[in-house]
Design a protein around this ligand. Structure first.
Ligand SMILES: Nc1ncnc2c1ncn2[C@@H]1O[C@H](COP(=O)(O)OP(=O)(O)O)[C@@H](O)[C@H]1O
Ligand SMILES: [Mg+2]
Length: 388
């Protein structure tokens, strides 16, 4: 069924969870900005440079990490301002208010540290955010995600995993930190055996746990996509890498044992190459187009976009039904690239999902079908309103 086939009686109810107010200070092109919303999907329009992507970027700071532009936190500050940037977002979780504030730590504005408060309480680790909110996005910069190196796909997958396993973010950042420390120690040549064994132990524990979480999410998402019957390609996902191979045939403990042995055995090789030759930092998310029976990288640009959209929509759907976090979906400049059939299928899927999706575009007429079912925010207007 497409959105155009909905009769009013069949229309799904509005979402019951989402953003109710967003306030920005000294954030990107916004000096002081505030807007109130209801929980329906949001259509954000405005000319190029109006601040649409910046607003989505603010929402992307609701999960751990550096937001959808992967910006340095100091870059985010409004260039005409000397005050640190801050975001304050009021969410509604089926009637329960939730307040999340985040920004550049005002006590150390020159640092790259983000200070985050949930309901007024400072949180120690960003990973706590993932217990409350999940944010999934598709943005124009991801157009080449299926063509380019594995790092982008790993990051994409890891962000999805945060929603299912909030401790994943903390494990990953510790793993990456310790990976660097091990590399440094090996380069120095002389090192204490217990010291390197200690570092490798962390890599083993976190590395296998990271792999297990990724495998779990990829497995769930791939079977979920296969069960879906909509206009989007089903997308066949597999996770490929050495730790994944271990976990195919071994228990977690056995895989840890093997990774411990491999890291120790490859110290000399790793010292020479300057890279750690074994671990989840080398894994890749492999995507196939099942109907075409082709790897995604060989598919046309349009087909790749449809595959990504299918994955992102599937992930948002799964997160909304399998986790307690408030699900948000950000689709930046996606609609303009879809033909009418896909567009209708997308609107249909969003309304049925009952999540607050944020859709941007320069041409409001493309969102006509959503009239009455979404709230329309024209950014020029909103910014004017915020000044009165
Ligand atoms: N740190 C910053 N300070 C001030 N302006 C910024 C900053 N970063 C980006 N901008 C400006 O924000 C404007 C809006 O950007 P963007 O949200 O990407 O627009 P669009 O509506 O096309 O998505 C751009 O004109 C850009 O120059
Ligand atoms: Mg933009």
């Amino acid at each position: 069924m497409t959105a155009t086939q909905f009769s009013m009686a069949q229309l799904p109810l509005s979402p019951t969870r989402g953003v109710e107010r967003i306030s920005l200070s000294h954030f990107r092109c916004y000096e002081i900005f505030s807007v109130s919303l209801d929980l329906r999907p949001v259509v954000l329009t405005g000319p190029n440079g109006a601040g649409k992507t910046n607003l989505l970027e603010a929402l992307s700071f609701l999960i751990p990490g550096r937001g959808l532009r992967r910006a340095r936190l100091s870059e985010v500050r409004n260039q005409n301002s000397s005050a640190p940037w801050a975001i304050s977002i009021t969410l509604n979780d089926e009637g329960e208010p939730l307040q999340i504030g985040t920004g550049l730590d005002p006590e150390v504005p020159e640092s790259e540290k983000r200070l985050t408060k949930i309901n007024g309480e400072k949180i120690k680790s960003q990973s706590t955010l993932a217990e409350w909110v999940s944010v999934v996005w598709l943005i124009p910069q991801m157009d080449r995600l299926l063509l380019e190196g594995a790092q982008g796909r790993r990051r994409f997958l890891d962000r999805l995993v945060y929603g299912f396993d909030p401790s994943h973010a903390q494990r990953l950042s510790r793993y990456e930190q310790v990976l660097k420390e091990r590399g440094l120690l090996l380069r120095q040549g002389r090192f204490d055996r217990y010291w390197i064994e200690g570092l490798e132990e962390t890599l083993v524990n976190d590395g296998i746990a990271i792999t297990a979480s990724r495998r779990e999410v990829v497995g769930q998402l791939s079977s979920f996509l296969k069960s879906q019957n909509n206009a989007f390609p089903q997308a066949d996902l597999t996770l490929e890498g050495d730790p994944e191979k271990l976990l195919q045939t071994r228990s977690l403990l056995e895989a840890e044992e093997e990774m411990r042995r491999l890291l120790a055995a490859h110290r000399e090789q790793d010292r020479m190459t300057g890279r750690t030759s074994f671990g989840p930092h080398r894994s890749d998310l492999f995507v196939r187009h099942p109907e075409k029976n082709q790897p995604a990288a060989l598919c046309s640009t349009g087909e790749q976009k449809a595959l990504l959209l299918s994955i992102v929509m599937g992930a948002a759907h799964l997160l909304s039904i399998r986790t307690g976090a408030i699900p948000l979906l950000l689709l930046d400049e996606v609609v303009a690239h879809l033909d009418k059939t896909y567009r209708s299928a997308l609107f249909d899927a969003i309304l049925k999902l009952r999540i607050q999706a944020w859709l941007t575009g320069t041409d409001v007429s493309l969102f006509e079908e959503l009239e009455g079912h979404a709230q329309f925010l024209s950014l020029k207007e909103a910014r004017l309103v915020s000044k009165t």
